[in-house]
Every structure is written in C-alpha cells, then in structure tokens.
Design a protein around this ligand. Structure first.
Ligand code: NAP
Length: 331
C-alpha cells in the first residue's frame, strides 16, 4: 500500500496555517462527520493533531436521521441519533477538534502525495498532511418512474424525518432488510396501515425485528413484489406493483412510499484515486490504510457488512491511531 511517499516535511510542520498561496494547511483533515468521522476527530484531537472536520451538509450523516438508537453501548435507555451526534461533536470539540459545518468536499488530489489538496463547495482550498475519509453512504433509489418527481411529495427515504406527515395514512415501505422493518415499525406510530413490499418471500432482516414486525397489526406484507411506478397528482396516490413470480400487475392505492433498499457508498469523488471494490466501497486494510500513503478511511465508506454506529466508532478509532502513527513516522 505504498503508492507515494513524497511527503513534504516543511509542509508537514505547518498546522492550521496558511502557506504562501494563502491555502490553509492542516495536519489532519477528516472528510465527513458521522460516528466514524467524529470519533477520528476525538482521537486525533487528543493526540494534539488539531484536526479539521469538513462536516458535509448534514452533521452526523445518516445517524442524525435515526429516530432511536438502542444498540450503542453505554446508553441503556437508548437515545436519538441527533443526541448522539451532538454528544460526539462536543466531546471532539472539547479536545480542540474544529468542525466546519455546511461545507462539502468536491475535489481531492491524492495522486500527487502529501500534502493533499482538498477543495470544498464553498470555494475553500486546503492542504492536508494526512486525510481520514469518512463520507459514509447514501440510501439507494429504486429508479422507477415517479420516484424522483414525488420525492418530498410522498416519496421518502427517512421515516424519522417524514413519518409525522403520514398520520392516519396508508403507506408502502419497500425493502426486506433491517432498515425497512425498523423504519416500518417506527412509522406505525403515525400511519394507519403499512404494506411492506418485498421482492422475495423471505425477509433479510434479523429475527428480532421480524418477530416485532409480524406481531404488529398495522404491518402487512406483500411478497415477491416490486414497485414499478409511483403515480399521483401533486403528491403520491398509488404505486404499480408487479408480482415477480406470476407477472401480475396491480395499481395499488397509497399515500406514501418509503424506500429502504440499502445504500451506496459516497465514494465518487475518490474515483481513480482510492481503490474501491465492485460496489464502490473504499478498500482498506485492517489498519484503515487506503492504497494512498497518508490517506485512511473508516465507517460505511469502507464497510458494507456491519454498518453500525458501534463498528463505525471502532473503525474511526483505528483510522485515527494509524494516522497519528503515520504522521509521527514522517517527522
Ligand atoms: P440491506 O440489508 O442491504 O437490505 C436491503 C433490502 O432491500 C433487501 O431486503 C433487498 O432485497 C431489498 N432491495 C435491494 N435492492 C432492491 C431493489 N432494487 N428493489 C427492491 N428491493 C430491493 O439494507 P438495510 O436494510 O439498509 O441494512 C443495511 C445494513 O445495516 C445491514 O447490515 C443491516 O443489518 C444494518 N442495519 C442494522 C440495523 C439494526 O441493527 N437495528 C438497522 C438498520 C440497518 P433482498 O433481500 O432480496 O436482497
């Protein structure tokens, strides 16, 4: 994993300063502000590396949209994703991490080695002696007619955000994984009926969630079926369903479509620079090194299997410790 070692020591001694071009120079830039990024910020801040987190447009990423987190150790009563993100942020800031909000990275140059050049959508440019990539993943789309048109008008990818608008309404949830059932169960607080449309006749979700979903009288399952089209007039009024076994097509009335069919990694800006797998996830070794010396990755950008707050926190820790070690070796 040694693509380049052209580390510029005079540059590495700078920290949070401007070089001759007026470009801000950092020891560590963390791209992304989910659990992996905020944990990496905490660890690198405690190591006196004065990290800068470029947070993206939604602090906390996906976890901030999660209604309730019950499986993150240390919080026996559970807490909201928003609360957890705020706690992680303030813990990192307490040790000096700087978190730049409402700013997203649009371009990176990892090819030419450290210091790495990073550009953001507010026109800022940075040089970084090391980078920790924690850009996470984005909910996958069905890519059917009507989906884009009715997003925000009945089509949603976030029960926590939009459930409130579906009080006493009948809605469709698409997917058969943990997200579909977890979000579907949350949506039973609002909706009068939930039809879970799944393309197979067996769920992918874990048994506990399955048991809770089957026991909930508001949840109904439509098996072996896909949504082919979403229709309406200003807002969603129905979906066209197709049974994948019989081929039968049915127009089905509904006022909302919640889509939970997995995620895609937010790795496009690293295309051609960071090695990625067939699904677009950044490839790292166990120490969170990418193929570029001085660039590390953690969290859902490199983990398509576990995708938990707890695992992202662990990976963020490992990336920060490897980054710290790597910077020390360059001096
Ligand atoms: P997932 O496990 O990948 O499940 C995606 C579901 O959507 C699958 O049932 C899949 O069907 C279906 N699907 C995929 N593409 C589709 C398409 N084009 N049309 C129709 N259906 C489609 O994704 P997830 O539920 O978002 O979960 C991701 C990861 O996060 C998992 O590891 C999960 O365990 C974890 N997670 C955990 C929790 C928790 O522990 N409480 C909560 C949420 C998520 P098939 O089954 O046929 O492939």
């Amino acid at each position: 994993m040694s693509e380049n070692l052209s580390f510029n020591l005079s540059a590495s001694s700078a920290n949070s300063g401007a070089n001759g071009d007026g470009i801000q120079h950092e020891k560590v830039i963390i791209i992304g502000s989910g659990p992996a990024g905020l944990t990496a910020a905490l660890y690198t801040a405690r190591a006196k590396l004065d990290p800068l987190v470029i947070a993206g447009h939604e602090l906390g990423g996906q976890v901030a949209l999660t209604h309730e987190i019950e499986n993150y150790p240390g919080f026996p009563e559970g807490l909201s994703g928003q609360e957890l993100v705020e706690l992680m942020k303030s813990q990192a800031e307490r040790f000096g991490a700087r978190i730049k909000l409402f700013s997203a990275v649009t371009e990176v140059n990892f090819r030419d080695g450290a210091p790495f050049r990073i550009t953001t959508d507010d026109g800022a440019e940075y040089l970084a002696d090391s980078v920790i990539v924690t850009t996470g993943a984005t909910p996958r789309h069905l890519n059917v007619p009507g989906e884009k048109e009715f997003t925000g008008q009945g089509v949603s990818y976030c029960g926590t955000c939009d459930g409130f608008f579906f009080r006493d309404k009948e809605i469709v949830v698409v997917g058969g994984g943990d997200s579909a059932l977890e979000e579907g169960l949350f949506l039973t607080r609002f909706a009068s009926k939930i039809d879970v449309v799944h393309r197979r006749d067996a769920l992918r979700a874990g048994q506990t969630l399955q048991d809770r979903a089957f026991a909930n009288e508001k949840m109904n399952f439509i098996w072996d079926t896909v949504v082919e089209e979403i229709s309406g007039d200003g807002s969603v009024e129905g979906v066209r369903l197709r049974n994948v076994k019989t081929g039968a097509v049915e127009d089905y009335a509904t006022e909302g479509v919640f889509i939970f069919i997995g995620h895609d990694p937010n790795s496009d800006i690293f295309d051609g620079q960071l090695e990625r797998d067939e699904f677009g996830y950044v490839i790292t070794d166990k120490e969170m090194h990418t193929n570029i010396e001085g660039v590390f990755a953690a969290g859902e950008i490199q983990d398509r299997i576990y995708r938990q707050v707890a695992t992202s926190v662990g990976q963020g820790t490992a990336a920060a410790m490897s980054c710290e070690r790597w910077l020390a070796e360059q001096e």
